[in-house]
Each structure stands twice: as C-alpha cells, then as structure tokens.
Design a protein around this ligand. Structure first.
Ligand SMILES: CC(C)[C@H](C(=O)O)[C@@H](O)C(=O)O
Ligand code: SF4
Length: 717
C-alpha cells in the first residue's frame, strides 16, 4: 500500500527538485494520489471500535480519543483552536466517525465517553510476566494469563507490562480477549454489570482482539516480544520472536528510544500490513495541504481532530511588505487556499503578519506543542526537526496528510533504528550545523535510509535545543525517516513555561514520563555509527547534495580521484553546475549572496551567532546578505535583543519570517549562476532559484563569509 509511507520513501511532495515549480508538481500530486488516499483511509478505518458502539457496524477508531500519552498529559487537552472545549466536545458524524466539534463539528452525540474511575480501576493493572511478579507499589494485578490462572501466563499470551491504575487500557491477546472469564477482573461481563458504556468489542480478522475503552485509548500495550519482532527482521518477525521466547533462548531485550515512542502509538498491528500509528500533533502548511482538504471535501469528511492540528503560512510568503497582497499569483492562491481550508475545517492558522506565524518547524517547538514522546507529522520532510525533543516526527505526503486529517492516524512500516554517537566535545567554533554536515558527508545522503536515527553521545548532550533541532532537521538529508534525541534537562528547560507545555502537577508527571524516554542499556540498534567530535571543523558543501561537503580548510575535490564510478560522475556533474575547479581551496570560493534563515538555522541562537560575528563589521562590497528569522516570535526576540540593529548596521537585510530563499517559492531567489552561502539544508540544482549555486554552511560561517566575500569561518576574520 503506497500510502503506508515506508521507511526512507520519498515524499509525494510538491515543489521539490523542480526549482520551485510547485504548481505543476501539485497538479501531478493531485492526479496521482487519489486512489491511494482512499485506500489508505479505508485501511485506517478498519480495525478499531465503532464510535457509536454498534457491534459489527462500520469499524472506526475509538471515538475522539485524546492523543495517546501515557501520563495523560494529552495534546488533546491543548485545544489548538484556542476556543473553549476541544476534543471533549466531540461528536460523531453520520458514519460514526468521531469528530471534535469545530466550525464544522457534526452531530451532537458526545463521542468522548469517559469511563467512571472505578471501571478504569477495574481494568487497569498488571499481568505477571512469564512467571515473574512485576507488581510494584500502587499497581494491581487484574489480568489473568493463560486460562485465567492469575500469575501463570503462557509465553504466547505475552501479557502486557504494567499499567498505572488510572490509565485507560487496551486488553489484548492473540486470538481471544483477555480477562473474558466469569469473575475475571476487567472482563466484559464486569463492564456490562457496571453499565460499561463506551466499551466495544473489536475482533479483527488477524486475530487481534481488544476490549477497549474506545473513548480514551488506543495504546496497544508494550509486549516483550514486540521488541524481539523488531529485531528479527522480515515479515515473519513475530513468529521468530515467539519461537525464541518459547525456547527460552533469549530474554526480553531493551528498546531504543524510537521503539518506545513508536510502540506507544500503535493502535493496530497485523501481520503483513503496515501498523496504524496514532498521531499526536499534525502541522500543516500551504504547499502540501490543498489536495488533502480537497480529498476530505470529495469524501464528505471533516477533520477528525482540529484541536491537534495547527497551520501556518511559511513557504510562499514574501519577507517584505507584509501589508501588500502577495504579488505572485501561485503563491497568493496557495496562501488563500490554506486560509479558506482552515476556516472551513475549523483549524487554527497563523497567517502572514500574525504574531505566531513562522516556519512550521519553528513554531511547533516555540509554542511548546512539540513534546517528548509524541508522534508529530507534517506534509514536509523537515518534520524530523521535532525529533530533537524525543518526539517521533516525520514528513508525510499529501495523501497521508489527508489520512491524518480524516483519522488522526497513519499507516506506517516500522523503520529500523540507527545510532549516531558523537563522542567527545565539539571544538570551539564548531557548531551543530558543521556536525550534521559532517555526519551526512560520512554516512552519505542514503546512509540513514530506512532508519530512525538517534543522535547520542557527549557532543549531542551538550547541544542546546536549537542545535539539536538543527541536527535532527537534516536527518532527512541523510535519507533517514526521522532523527531523535532523548529528552533531558536541556529539553525540559526549553519547554518549561511555553504556552502549551504542561503545568503544575502535570508538568511533574510529564517530566517523570519523559525521563523514561531513553534507549535502554541493552537495546540493540540495527546500525551504529560513531563520530569523534574532536576531529570536526567548520564544514561546507561544495557540490549539489548535502553529502558533498568537506572541512572548510580543504579544497574542491578532484572527481578523478574518486573510485566509485557513480560518485565520480556525480562529482563531475556537481562541479560543472557549481562552476568550480578541482583543487581550488574552499576558502577561495567567492559568493554573491549570503542567506541566513530556514528551519535549519533560523532560530534565535542562530541569529545571535550571526550578529556576534557581524558586530562592528560590514558585509563585503558586492555581497547581498539576507537575514530571515524563522518566525515572527524569533524576529521579535531578536529585535528585543538588538540583533536586528547589528545586522542592519553591517549592511545585511533584516526580513520578515518565512522559508524565503531556502527554496525560493517566494521572491527571495538566486539568479542563474549566482552563488550563495546558505544556512539552509538543501543545495540541489536550482533549489534557491534556477541556476543558483548553493554552499550549505553554519550561521557563523555564513556571517564570516558575508564579511570576507569568500567562504570563511569567524576565526579567519
Ligand atoms: C514544500 C515542502 C513539501 C518541502 C519539503 O517537504 O521539505 C519543503 O519544505 C522543502 O524544504 O523542500
Ligand atoms: S525552511 Fe526550507 S527546509 Fe524548512 S520547511 Fe521551509 S522550505 Fe522546507
């Protein structure tokens, strides 16, 4: 199924690789995806409970579940629409599809059926695991294993791990419901006795059985063998794992951070099919959403969780004259379409000129919406940025955007895991951008393919949140599905007090849970790479992909010296396009333009670094420098700190927030042959304008380059 978004797949994105011809790409997208989108939706709706409780009726996910979040700090409790209510006002549409009440909220049934506390108590508990007693203080044993003998689970029953007493539960066991027998706590009989409203029995053809409080769940509990399945590879992973457990050859293995977050969001898993993942946060922008909304309209659907969906205008917005209508008709149409869609479907939008507007990957973290342990998606490949918080965040195609809008879930094939460990300390003057460029040069643009990369090690721990976002942002440039960094004090410090961050007791609970989001010591990664931070220096690209980079002190490589014929040919072609000669010292390369901005390096720390270098200096004659904050808030903060003054005094242009020259979907473009040093993340042919030549650099290198007019580091000044 194409819409499953397999690991490492290219997105069905518009406007990529075509020099910004997004209108044409959008049309192709529209034509190509329709059937797949419908397919995906049908699949997505398959396994779970009918929201209206009709057994055997149309199968749907549980009604208006809050986002899956073990500590109950639900993104669903943050109503992104800003209005009263949120998901608790949800209703069901004519198809039994639960809908949060928004502008178009249909139906008046309250689909968000909360279980009375005593029923939840009856459900929640712990199953003794493979004969071991796993009860801890405050936990209660409720689910019997095997044939109902408490404490005697059969290995194949794979009893679930501990559940806090106040959590909602999915009871699951292969082939039959757990806790079904008379007298067994948590059995359906008991729920019925107590009036069990909101619980449905769901039996899937793949013998995946749940009793679910459909109003609250739907976590599939973490099963020990799940991890083994993940490790054994191939479609028969489950069978292999089970055999292994039964013969007692291996114990339960630890899990990686990525596996923990992934597992915690699986709402349905069936042999031979993609998993269905619950999505906690859906970010939307003008480029990849129009066809998705059109699809909803065509199918008569609404947005299932407008309260977990937030939109911003970023790609097509100009960075000057915000009060003027957008001159370019394609950009204007994109932006106007997003406005209409958000208004029709009840989605909070940050339009141009709004205080909260900015690049989608800058505003999510800024608003405290991106939190550890979440699943975050957006029709944008650099969604990997949000992995810096320990969220599982990845880009999706337009058909998948429609799927998430309609169901708040996404079919996924579980990616493999990769550790990139950066030992030691980054030398002075070496930044997160240099680090990620060096990582990509080392592992290649396909090095992370099929994997979620977890960045670890001392050098990563020492990075600020801004630096971590820069690193995770470019995971996609290494071909990875996502990048993640385990949350720690730096993460909590960044989040604390942000508008959507938990508060008070919720905050403490959240931090406790977030602290558990780290790779277990005995977890095994599918692939591991180790890098010594001490060896790194400022890094720049010389070619037309982000992996064609070298330390600034080196020279343009000679393709003739490259053994691999494909790489050699790529290098030849890149040098020709870039107008470079082998052997030229990188420091001798003259630039025409310097661009500071983008979701890679448009944050406050980046602007501080730039102003730090520019202070008391001038941009070289003949060089134009654009400094584009990643969001309006970043812009305001920079202005409060006086950074704009320093930047303007140096001769650089201080602009409004947006993607800008990162991809040239607005008037900020390179002209043919023009060469830039750019803090963005992509350097393919025409990325910054047809014929434009891009060198990817850090903010500090960008600023030093602006001063000298040639690729340079601050230490060269
Ligand atoms: C327009 C969008 C789909 C695209 C992406 O997916 O990344 C853009 O943001 C980019 O950086 O090329
Ligand atoms: S700033 Fe660049 S990379 Fe980031 S979302 Fe915008 S276009 Fe994509």
């Amino acid at each position: 199924m194409q819409a499953a978004g397999g690991a490492g797949e290219a997105l069905d994105r518009a406007g990529d690789g075509d020099g910004g011809d997004h209108a044409a790409a959008g049309a192709a997208d529209r034509g190509g995806d329709r059937a797949d989108a419908l397919l995906a939706l049908a699949d997505g709706l398959g396994p779970a409970a009918a929201a209206d409780g009709r057994e055997g009726g149309r199968l749907e996910l549980g009604a208006a579940q809050p986002a899956v979040h073990p500590v109950g700090l639900l993104p669903g409790e943050q109503d992104l629409r800003g209005g009263p209510g949120g998901h608790r006002e949800g209703g069901a549409d004519g198809d039994g599809v639960a809908q949060a009440a928004g502008a178009l909220g249909g139906g008046d049934a309250d689909a968000d059926v909360a279980l009375p506390a005593e029923q939840r108590g009856a459900l929640a508990g712990v199953v003794a695991q493979l004969g071991e007693d796993r009860l801890r203080d405050g936990e209660q044993a409720v689910l019997a294993g095997g044939d109902g003998e408490l404490g005697e689970p059969r290995p194949e029953d794979e009893a679930a791990l501990g559940i806090a007493v106040d959590e909602a539960v999915v009871l699951q066991r292969d082939g039959e419901p757990v806790g079904r027998g008379a007298g067994e706590a948590g059995g359906l009989h008991e729920l019925r006795e107590r009036g069990g409203t909101g619980l449905q029995r769901v039996q899937h053809e793949n013998r995946f059985v749940k009793y679910a409080d459909s109003a609250r769940v739907v976590h599939v509990l973490i099963l020990p063998s799940r991890n083994l399945r993940c490790k054994s590879g191939g479609p028969d992973r489950g069978a292999t794992a089970r055999r292994t457990i039964m013969t007692g050859e291996v114990g339960v293995m630890g899990r990686t951070l990525a596996e923990k977050v992934y597992d915690a969001h699986v709402v349905r898993r069936a042999e031979g099919e993609p998993d269905l993942l619950y999505i906690d946060l859906h970010l939307v922008h003008e480029v990849t959403s129009p066809q998705a909304f059109d699809g909803l309209r065509m199918a008569g659907r609404q947005v299932r969780r407008p309260d977990l969906t937030i939109a911003t205008e970023d790609h097509n917005v100009p960075t000057t004259d915000l009060l003027m209508p957008i001159a370019d008709p394609v950009s204007r149409t994109q932006v106007e379409t997003l406005r209409k869609n958000c208004s029709d479907f009840g989605i909070r939008l940050h339009p141009m000129g709004d205080d909260g507007q900015g690049i989608v990957h800058v505003i999510g973290p800024q608003l405290g919406l991106t939190q550890p342990g979440m699943t975050v998606v957006c029709g944008d490949s650099h969604t990997s940025t949000h992995g810096a918080f320990g969220a599982l965040a990845f880009g999706i195609g337009t058909s998948e955007v429609e799927h998430v809008l309609a169901t708040q879930t996404l079919p996924q094939i579980q990616p493999k895991t990769m550790a990139v460990t950066v030992d030691g300390e980054l030398p002075d003057g070496v930044t997160a951008k240099d680090l990620i460029l060096a990582i990509i040069a080392k592992i290649g643009t396909g090095g992370g393919q099929g994997h979620i990369i977890e960045y670890r090690g001392e050098a990563i721990r020492s990075l600020s949140m801004e630096g971590r976002m820069t690193v995770c942002n470019m995971s996609i440039e290494a071909g990875a599905r996502a990048g993640m960094i385990a949350p720690d004090e730096t993460t909590f410090e960044y989040l604390k007090g942000r508008p959507n961050a938990p508060q008070g007791a919720d905050w403490d609970k959240a931090v406790e849970y977030w602290t558990s989001l780290r790779t277990d010591d005995d977890a095994v990664f599918d692939t591991e790479v180790v890098i010594d931070a001490a060896e790194l220096t400022p890094f720049v690209t010389w070619g037309t992909n982000p992996g064609q980079g070298l330390p600034l002190g080196e020279s343009v490589p000679d393709p003739a010296a490259i053994d691999d014929p494909v790489k050699r040919q790529n290098a030849e072609r890149a040098l020709e396009y870039m107008g470079l000669t082998a052997g030229t010292p990188l420091r001798d390369i003259k630039v025409d333009t310097v661009f500071v901005g983008s979701c890679t390096n448009g944050r406050i720390e980046d602007l501080r670094a730039v102003a730090g270098v520019l202070e008391g200096r001038k941009v070289a004659d003949g060089v134009r420098m654009l400094v584009v904050p990643g969001s309006m808030k970043v812009k305001q903060q920079a202005e409060q700190e006086g950074l704009d003054q320093v930047i303007s005094a140096s001769g650089a242009e201080w602009r409004e927030a947006g993607c800008s020259m990162c991809l040239a979907m607005n008037p900020d473009k390179l002209t043919p042959g023009e060469r830039s040093a750019s803090t963005s993340n992509r350097n393919f042919e025409g990325r910054q304008g047809p014929g434009g030549r891009t060198h990817l650099v850090s903010p500090a290198v960008a600023a030093a380059t602006a001063v000298t007019g040639r690729l340079a580091a601050p230490a060269d000044l």
